[in-house]
Write a protein that binds this ligand. Sequence first.
Ligand code: PEP
Ligand code: MG
Length: 319
Amino acid sequence: ADAREVTIRHEPVSTTDGTHIEVAANLGRPAELDGARAAGADGVGLFRTEFLFLDRDAPPDEDEQYEAYLEACTAFDGRVVVRTLDVGGDKPIPYLDQPEETNPFLGERGIRRSLGLDGELFETQLRALLRAGAGAEPLSVMFPLVATVEELDTALDTVEQVTDDLANEEVEHAMPELGVMIETPASVLVAAELAARVDFLSIGTNDLAQYTMAASRENERVATLHDARQPSVLRAIRRTVEAGHEAGAWVGMCGEMAGDPALTELLVGLGLDELSMSAVTIPDVKAAVAEIDRERARERAERALVAETKDDVLRVLDD
Ligand code: PEP
Ligand code: MG
């Protein structure tokens, strides 16, 4: 057993030179709310809403969703980022239409479904989110697996339309902060255009590594390739951070990579503003942030960005 004492920090943490880094929790089940608070999460960086739709035979209605989002928001003083439904790929939901696809990971998943097959569900979810945002701020909403500017524009049009509907019905609502998940190489390449339209970007390294490296996140045989420490993935992260910041958007990370304390210095050096992870790793990552000198972190990140191989990256991290 690990006898190490880990201090739980309930306050936000900064690097030694005073740069605040938000350390937030990923939630996959409502029961994880308490654990996230106990671990010292500043807020929620990824609220996976799939769980609301699992283990039942019909989707939750607007009120049920509203209650769940409101509960999450009121549990934290800090920001709570809710991701719209991300089904398809590795996340099928039995009662939703499941098209036959030979390669579901390259098929209709994430935002593609919300703008197509699941359009009605998407509107209901947005209604619940905009209502919850009025009850507890700050609520943020982000869209998964965006690949094109058109997808984002269509999603934003839907947000507008839902806002108009709620206003016409005189239902209390508020416009949340809006963001895009960066999970595809396509979205990295148009990150500037995406960031110009929203408040934040959140990098999902599980999918970003999978699609950048063409290596399944579920296949042990290609695990060496599916690794966010690959030079290509690091450069994709860097490019995203730069594009986001130039457009005035904050940039976070909510893939597994964000929860590895051995990589915290590198991520801060790459310029990330927020790191979101499963609750268990929060104390260690907060402890790591508090030790970081940002100048040194930047230097190390620059060296990692010119590394030609993963081994070179690992040497930079080790030294
Ligand atoms: C990711 O892809 O990195 C991510 C955070 O989303 P999920 O793991 O739910 O696909
Ligand atoms: Mg993902």
